[in-house]
Design a protein around this ligand. Structure first.
Ligand code: AMP
Ligand code: MG
Length: 486
């Protein structure tokens, strides 16, 4: 085990130099308080659970202290926001504090979000607020427990520094971990600015340090696109399978590692709704739940564009053309598991589509549907679930097909339940649960947040005394509008 001041670093990104980032010191928030810390994220840095009580952690999170031999850096990047190109974005409120190498040889960027002004702050104040920091913390750690690739969250700190959003709020920070913070937007910045030498430096860094397996390919950059297409398609497939709506799939929020990244006004679906729009600034539904697969493709196309000076367009297009099949395959694999289907049959995709079409016109809780489907033998479970569907005749028709599909299942109900429960969470990171935890935290009570995080860290296992976390939202919690100000 290590301590915060005995970590080891390897500046793989920092050594790219000043064309890629600006050296900036964090500006500390006042009278900081540690709000929450993730023990499993601490372990990624070989830090013991007791680090949560180490005053150094709060000093790091508040911007009062950073590693003396590592210069914090704000990255420059650009990106397509809601389809339009913004030539310069960059870390407007976040700093890469250091690139840690752990005992297993893994690399973890330690990024402080809410660290104050940088050359990329534009009109912003360089700060993050408590509610959005808590939201990112919970989602990162929850997605990870679901097995969905994501950046991680180490801790959140609140403070007495005040900032203005729609109202006066306290400035908070989040320490985020990811093997790299490179986004599609990094490539776009150097490509559109015709900075070819730097673009090639970026290519070399990404290939050598993040995708070394691509180096031996005939065309390493074509192999890179293939790998990024695959990871992005697989991550988005799991978003769709688990009802996760990202909300702001701009290219500057797309990780080159295919991680779920830069959480804003995200939401997990409560009732299943294909066209759900979680970001209330997304007036046209560009990033609606059922647009995410297409938007993933759009973003990959924007990334591929940046490779056109190095790889033939036809080759890039051919690789992009593979996206839909990879996505669909990964999605079907996840959905078969969620539905408890054994093996693969031709009609499975249609079976899934028909079910979702019926759910869409009903008021079916997307999480509990799958959980309850595994709870009892197939026919019994369906008979109970039927009540939630508006079009019972259509659901009965679907049920008959589903029963037929399961006809030769040799498993006992015990086995079936165990396998299904292992992939179908009982406890879901619901917006209303987050809201309760945030409101308490804003009043200085972190206990509800800690408890929520604790329950959600084992989402597949029923826990005693936690029934309230497995409920559908109450009326007030069904249509919460999540502000995209953060
Ligand atoms: P986001 O919507 O968080 O992905 O941010 C989009 C861009 O705006 C990024 O370049 C951020 O660094 C920047 N940004 C967001 N909020 C702030 C803020 N409060 N101060 C400075 N920059 C910000
Ligand atoms: Mg962003």
């Amino acid at each position: 085990m290590k301590r915060l001041d005995t970590l080891e670093f390897e500046p793989r990104f920092a050594r790219l130099g000043d064309a890629f980032s600006a050296v900036i010191k964090p500006s500390a928030i006042a009278q900081p308080l540690l709000v929450i810390c993730s023990q499993s994220a601490l372990a990624l840095l070989d830090l013991p659970a007791s680090t949560a009580e180490d005053p150094r952690l709060l000093q790091l999170a508040s911007g009062e202290w950073h590693w003396p031999n590592v210069a914090p850096r704000a990255m420059v990047y650009s990106g397509h926001q809601f389809g339009g190109y913004t030539p310069r974005l960059g870390d407007g409120r976040g700093l890469l504090l250091g690139e840690v190498v752990n005992n297993a040889g893994e690399h973890w960027d330690v990024h402080l979000k809410g660290a104050g002004l940088t050359p990329f702050s534009r009109t912003g104040d360089g700060r993050a607020v408590l509610r959005s920091s808590i939201r990112e913390f919970l989602a990162s750690e929850y997605l990870h427990t679901l097995g969905i690739a994501t950046s991680r969250a180490l801790c959140v700190a609140d403070s007495k520094t005040m900032v203005w959003r729609e109202q006066r709020e306290t400035a908070a920070t989040l320490i985020r971990l990811a093997p790299s913070h490179i986004r599609f937007g990094h490539f776009e910045y150097f490509y559109y600015n015709q900075k070819n030498a730097e673009l090639e430096q970026l290519h070399a860094h990404v290939l050598n340090d993040l995708y070394p397996e691509c180096l031996s390919a005939d065309e390493p950059l074509a192999a890179l696109l293939s790998a990024v297409v695959k990871r992005t398609a697989e991550t988005i497939a799991l978003w769709q399978a688990y009802g996760f709506c990202h909300g702001v799939m701009n290219t500057d929020n797309m990780s080159i590692l295919g991680l779920t990244f830069d959480f804003g006004p995200y939401a997990f679906l409560d009732d299943f709704k294909q066209a759900h729009i979680c970001n209330h600034s997304d007036h046209h539904g560009r990033y609606a739940f059922n647009q995410q697969v297409a938007m993933g493709y759009w973003n990959l196309t924007a990334f591929a564009e940046t490779l056109t000076r190095h790889v033939a367009v036809e080759r890039l297009q051919e690789i992009l053309d593979g996206y839909a099949a990879i996505q669909q395959q990964a999605y079907l694999t996840a959905m078969r598991a969620r539905l408890g289907l054994r093996g693969e049959q031709e009609g499975d995709a249609l079976l899934v589509d028909k079910l979702l079409a019926q759910m869409d016109h009903s008021a079916v809780d997307y999480t509990l549907f799958f959980r309850h489907l595994g709870e009892l033998p197939v026919a019994e479970a369906l008979a109970k679930l039927r009540d939630d569907f508006i079009n019972r005749a259509a659901f009965d028709e679907w049920s008959a097909e589903f029963i037929a599909r399961n006809a030769d299942d040799p498993r006992s109900q015990e086995q079936r339940r165990a396998q299904m429960h292992a992939v179908n969470p009982l406890y879901m990171l619901r917006n209303y649960l987050i809201q309760i935890a945030i409101e308490a935290a804003e009043d200085g009570d972190y206990a509800p947040l800690h408890r929520l995080h604790q329950v959600l860290s084992s989402p597949f296992t029923e826990q005693e005394g936690c029934a309230e976390y497995a409920q559908r939202p109450p009326d007030w919690g069904k249509h919460l509008s999540i502000s995209c100000s953060s």
